[in-house]
Design a protein around this ligand. Sequence first.
Ligand code: KIV
Ligand code: ZN
Length: 512
Amino acid sequence: MTDQLIIFDTTLRDGEQSPGASMNKDEKLRIARQLERLKVDVIEAGFAASSNGDFEAIQGIAKAIKDSTICSLSRANDRDISRAAEALKGANRGRIHTFIATSPLHMEKKLRMTPDQVFEQARLAVRFARNLVADVEFSPEDAYRSDVDFLCRVIEAAINEGATTINVPDTVGYAIPELYGTFIKTLRERVPNSDKAIWSVHCHNDLGMAVANSLAGVKIGGARQVECTMNGLGERAGNCSLEEVVMAVKTRRDYFGLDVGIETQHILAASRMVSQITGFVVQPNKAIVGANAFAHAAGIHQDGVLKARDTYEIMRAEDVGWSANKIVLSKVSGRNAFKQRLQELGAQMESESEINAAFARFKELADRKSEIFDEDILALVGSESVARENEQYGFVSLSQHSETGERPQASIVFTADGKEVKSSSDGDGPVDASLKAIEAKVQSGAEMVLYSVNAISGSTESQGEVTVRLQRSGRVVNGVGADPDIIVASAKAYLSALSKLQSKADRVAAQG
Ligand code: KIV
Ligand code: ZN
């Protein structure tokens, strides 16, 4: 067994399955570049057969990313597998990840197949995939609730057909750390050819134990690949969080005795990027990447940390991308200082024209805000404005009036397909009036299922980052907007969500 732990990131596939988290091709590519910077070993870029958009996103990522293995999910059928292989053609290293459910419940109720049929389909799928690529991962979906004897049979056959990685999903987050670790150990002991494949863990967080279960799968079970997502993004309660699992293995190397190749100083920038693109806000007390993860409020703690930081800190904030010096730039800062700060934050941009565009946005912000914090810079290079340039609706200007005892009024100018639209409305509050003014013209008929405001850098001088989640005909989308004025941020977020709602969605659900 090797001492290297493979980090398999599935933010762009399993993470994207969270309601409203779907990403376009450019957004996926930006995240993939950041994952490559992090030195993630395998990037699961999507599910090629699910939509043309996902196919093209995987294709683009396979061409652009050279240091990480690029993987596509596929159901266990020839069409899906061919589509995955086609999308991965340009990759330096491509992997097909094929799966079929093996639990009695899934086989009977979802697939309506007998165990023998599932066994045969799994075997043929791996064989077919291995004829197309050398690197094939097989997942028995809902493995943790499967019959162990049957599971051993299926896995043995998959390895015989050439599967190079065997992934053991706890699809519904039902496992308990000790039991899951022992489950992996048992499988490895009982499957006769288990040493011919790398074993992988894939845990969902329904009981809040995805990270603990994954670590038990590694420590007790001997798995050498962990499947995870940035910020633990994923359906329902999410997946195992990349930043937590990586920092646990690094910080407790004394216990795990394993190496991980992740360049942890890029973690925070990756976390911010994923949060901004998907609209899934990171809770302040989230380990590693939450705003309070390294903040010491209690006087006794602050005193201890000032005397010797390891009294209360087990990791260095800088090692995951937090900067000790938080006020970084102002309107007198030049392009070089801005570019250097981007690099220090692990958020460097690809081309000079992208840097110039981001610098122009920085100058515009610095004119309105005296101190620019790291978080502001990360927001500037996030989905805000970058992706927005291609959106159907764009923010132009807003004025609003609110006074105690009077009903607030808002007037807004925005673009729809490049044409300026003006609208006014009243509302229960200034945000409500602004969004009603937009809705009066767009008439989307969408229901708002979430509205949240988050201060990017924690004070009233901070930019507000607003997330709006809209739902229409069963489709859910998120829009994010940031601005020192939270009413403007709200309008930007709403316009962004409306743009996403209008874009085509023709996806096939992976586990449906
Ligand atoms: O949770 C799960 O079972 C999955 C598989 C498709 C690997 O995501
Ligand atoms: Zn999953």
